[in-house]
Write a protein that binds this ligand. Structure first.
Ligand code: C2E
Ligand code: CA
Ligand code: CA
Ligand code: CA
Length: 278
């Protein structure tokens, strides 16, 4: 039959095919990147607000593509997650973060911790995750107190009983557990007393306008007060200015992370920056 020009359905189908095609292309490129090890970890300092001291680093993945340059995680983590490829990437992230933290420790900064982001796929394969963590710690001779995992609220509320079991297994390794993007997950607060977690990371969307926005200010002070009662530590993300910093310090927030202190940078740069003789 002859085509009568593209009707709506045809447009729709072409659109779907293009998107499916794009996904397939990206999927193959990610696979190649895994095989050729085109990933790198950047690190962003986490600062103890009262003393101004560096206490930890968050490891943030970058894809260094020979043709396209640096690709940010937002552009490939979601697809890697959908396809399960995040499994292999995530294993690599844990091992590499432990390995590179040891480099920092060897330079005298031997009390710094590293925080690694964990995806839903990794969290659901709890036994594998525990094994990977254990062999990374052992392989690089790193004490468990130096490793922390960041899990988003949305991962945790999927199946509460399963979550409690998995968190207890992870906590059994003596690592630190942090809830990432806290405040954005629409979840019940009651789980905070059941989950064996140590740190709440206040999402950067609450920090951005904290100077002008009364509701943001109220939310942040409420989170800090609640965390104190529950014996949790609080870290504010997206601290970009000295005003952000001073206000959070005044509110009694424990830790801060953001462009005000440092952008995410490769480990060599971080070592240079923090071991410079002044
Ligand atoms: P996230 O875990 O919430 O990480 C914080 C993001 O905020 C990072 O973006 C960081 O570069 C950015 N950021 C830090 N300070 C500031 C600031 O002062 N202002 C603003 N506007 N942004 C700031 P990035 O590196 O692009 O990572 C985006 C997301 O990708 C992460 O959000 C995390 O969910 C995911 N991701 C990154 N690395 C990994 C990884 O190794 N594994 C997994 N599963 N996810 C990762
Ligand atoms: Ca994070
Ligand atoms: Ca976050
Ligand atoms: Ca986020």
């Amino acid at each position: 039959a002859k085509s009568e020009g593209k009707n709506h359905f045809q447009f729709y189908r072409d659109e779907l095919n293009t998107r499916a095609h794009d996904r397939l292309v990206l999927e193959n490129r990610i696979r190649t990147a895994i095989d050729k090890q085109h990933f790198q970890l950047y690190y962003q300092p986490q600062i103890h607000l009262a003393s101004g001291e560096l206490i930890g680093l968050e490891a943030l993945i970058r894809w260094i593509d020979p043709d396209h340059g640096v690709i940010s995680p937002a552009d490939f983590i979601p697809l890697a997650e959908d396809t399960g490829m995040i499994g292999r990437i995530g294993d690599w992230v844990i091992d590499t973060a432990c390995k590179e933290l040891k480099l920092l420790h060897a330079k005298g900064l031997d009390q710094i911790k590293v925080a690694v982001n964990v995806s839903a796929h990794q969290f659901k394969n709890g036994e594998h995750l525990c094994n990977v963590i254990q062999s990374a710690l052992q392989g690089h001779q790193l004490q468990s107190k130096f490793l922390s995992l960041e899990l988003t609220e949305s991962i945790l509320i999927d199946d509460i009983n399963e979550t409690i079991r998995s968190l207890n297994d992870l906590k059994g390794l003596n690592i630190t557990l942090a809830v990432d993007d806290f405040g954005t997950g629409y979840s019940s607060l009651s789980y905070l007393k059941t989950f064996p977690i140590d740190v709440l990371k206040i999402d950067q969307s609450f920090i951005r306008d904290i100077l002008e926005d009364k509701s943001d200010k109220a939310i942040v002070t409420a989170i800090i007060a609640m965390a104190k009662e529950l014996d949790l530590h609080v870290l504010a993300e997206g601290v970009e200015t000295v005003d952000h910093n001073d206000m959070l310090k005044e509110f009694g927030c424990d830790y801060a992370q953001g462009y005000y202190y440092c952008r995410p940078i490769p480990i060599e740069e971080l070592i240079e920056r923090y071991t410079e003789q002044s």
